[in-house]
Ligand binder design. Structure first.
Ligand SMILES: *[C@@H]1O[C@H](CO)[C@@H](O)[C@H](O)[C@H]1NC(C)=O
Length: 499
């Protein structure tokens, strides 16, 4: 904040006629480093660090393990990724064991194909003696299953099936006996199941032991034999979601960082689903839109249990990916992704002509345009008290207060956008500088290739987050037009994201 001694030494005090009121009011203009209104709601990161305790406690209760049940038909479509918990609340999909006869939602072809060079045996099954009993996998990231001919124990046929299902990295092959549907109903007339998963499971997860009375008495209960598991030897990195960049990973550390907005659990490790959650997450009123996510797998006692998608309004990196787990929970396959901001230096932090207080009509990343006789009607300031975050911000309205003309602020180069794609413009705006009365006429037009996307007339308003959707024609020109000194508008943290 500006010291009050500065205010007592007012030189060049400028008089204004308040809009709509016949009073003369004295305001020190921004260019003279005037007093900012006492409302200070600039970015405050206190209490915004990753809530690891809630993530860990939710992981201890989420239940998202699955597999083919005794009455699931074969060849079901692979399910779309489902959210099993959001911000500590379990969803229906995360609340229970697999329901019998659940019908899975179909997925669109968004997942990209893995190329799997080979498989290794993770565990083998029991023998085939009448008394032998085994269990099939009840695990996370279940995809689908099919029935193989039981003329042979057809491992290759099962792995071939895995090769042809997007996301498959693990197959569980087993016989299921006394199952009415397998023995008498399904066309395959086979009891050899091949169940696929998008995560690797171990013999410790052979928890489906059958036990259903599927056929009428005197037939026995269903049971399982020769349950073996095969895992892909090559785990391919997931493709980076559109509009994002990989920042780090995979590592065994989750981010512990400020700007945390909350988390979701996913039923499988799906970076696209996490990106979609980040894109559609409600903005934080103080911090803005989601700009970064961290996805990782939770092992609980060594068993894959859930896939965490943590969202942040600040970009972080591997330096904060220091949480390797706690208690029984272990972090694995942690990756961080940054949402691409198509605006270069949207926070005006690249203007560094001084270390305390200075301003300009333009610098390498932004251009302020004034139309004669206007002067400094759009400008960039280095002065932390004017900024939403950091030390840089932009001003619309004559910085010296010498005219009432609006100015135009635009990035120095067109945006690197792609024609036909939808984008979201976000920014923070404040118009409190000259007080309630003089700020009444504050206005800003958001321009996209010279066309008005929207006009905001916030009057006297502290830092507020705004968001608008636009369609690109390629190399688009973003601009902000407004200000009517002393109804000044400050802008900061301007972003354009792929929607
Ligand atoms: C193959 O599966 C069918 C259907 O479940 C069953 O009737 C048959 O006994 C099985 N054959 C062998 C050799 O296990």
């Amino acid at each position: 904040m500006v010291s009050s001694t500065r205010l007592s030494a007012l030189v060049g005090l400028i008089a204004f006629l308040a809009v709509g009121a016949a009073v003369t009011t004295a305001v020190v203009p921004p260019a003279s480093q005037g007093q900012v209104d006492p409302i200070d709601n600039s970015l405050d990161l206190g209490g915004t660090t990753t809530d690891t305790d809630t993530i860990v406690s939710t992981a201890s209760v989420v239940s998202q393990k699955g597999g083919p049940t005794d009455d699931t038909p074969p060849n079901q479509p692979v399910p779309a990724t489902v959210v099993t918990a959001i911000d500590g609340q379990l969803t229906e999909a995360g609340s229970g064991e697999t329901r019998r006869g659940i019908s899975m939602r179909s997925t669109s072809g968004k997942l990209s194909k893995r190329i799997i060079s080979g498989y290794e045996l993770v565990f083998s099954g029991t023998g085939t003696d009448a008394g032998d009993r085994d269990g099939s996998i009840q695990g996370t990231a279940y995809l689908t299953y099919k029935l193989l001919s039981n003329a042979t124990y057809d491992v290759d046929g099962c792995l071939e099936f895995c090769n042809n299902v997007n996301g498959c990295v693990f197959a569980n092959i087993y016989y299921e006996f006394n199952n009415d549907l397998l023995d008498f109903v399904f066309n395959e007339n086979s009891n050899l199941k091949c169940a696929l998963y998008a995560d690797v499971h171990t013999a410790a997860e052979k928890t489906n032991l059958g036990g259903q009375q599927s056929e009428p008495l005197p037939a026995g209960l269903t049971y399982i034999q020769q349950s073996s598991g095969y895992a892909s030897t090559t785990l391919v990195d997931p493709p980076t979601p559109d509009g994002y960049e990989l920042v780090f990973g995979p590592t065994n550390g989750a981010n512990n960082a400020p700007g945390y907005m909350g988390f979701a659990f996913l039923h499988q490790y799906d970076v696209n689903a996490c990106a979609q959650l980040c894109n559609t997450r409600n903005a934080d009123p103080n911090g803005g839109a989601c700009q970064y996510f961290n996805i990782w797998r939770a092992l609980v006692n060594g068993i894959p249990t859930t896939y965490t998608c943590s969202m942040y309004f600040l970009v972080t990196d591997a330096s904060t990916a220091i949480n390797t787990g706690q208690g029984d929970l272990e972090v694995t396959f942690s990756r961080g992704y940054r949402r691409k901001n198509f605006v270069v230096d949207g926070g005006f932090e690249g203007y560094t002509a001084c270390s305390g207080f200075c301003f300009t009509d333009s610098y390498s990343n932004w251009i302020g345009i004034s139309v004669a006789p206007g002067y400094l009607d759009a400008s960039i300031f280095f002065f932390a008290p004017y900024a939403h975050a950091g030390h840089g911000s932009a001003l619309l309205g004559s910085a010296t207060g010498q005219d009432v003309l609006p100015g135009t602020l635009t990035p120095a180069s067109p945006l690197n956008t792609v024609a036909g794609q939808q984008y979201t413009i976000t920014f923070f705006h404040a118009s409190v500088y000259s007080g309630r009365t003089l700020e009444a006429a504050a206005f800003v037009q958001i321009l996209w290739n010279g066309n008005i996307v929207s006009t905001i007339t916030p009057g006297y308003s502290a830092w507020t987050f705004y968001s608008f959707g636009v369609e690109a024609k390629g190399n688009d020109v973003l601009a902000f037009h407004g200000g009517k000194a002393p109804a000044w508008s400050f802008l900061d943290d301007i972003c354009v994201f792929l929607t």
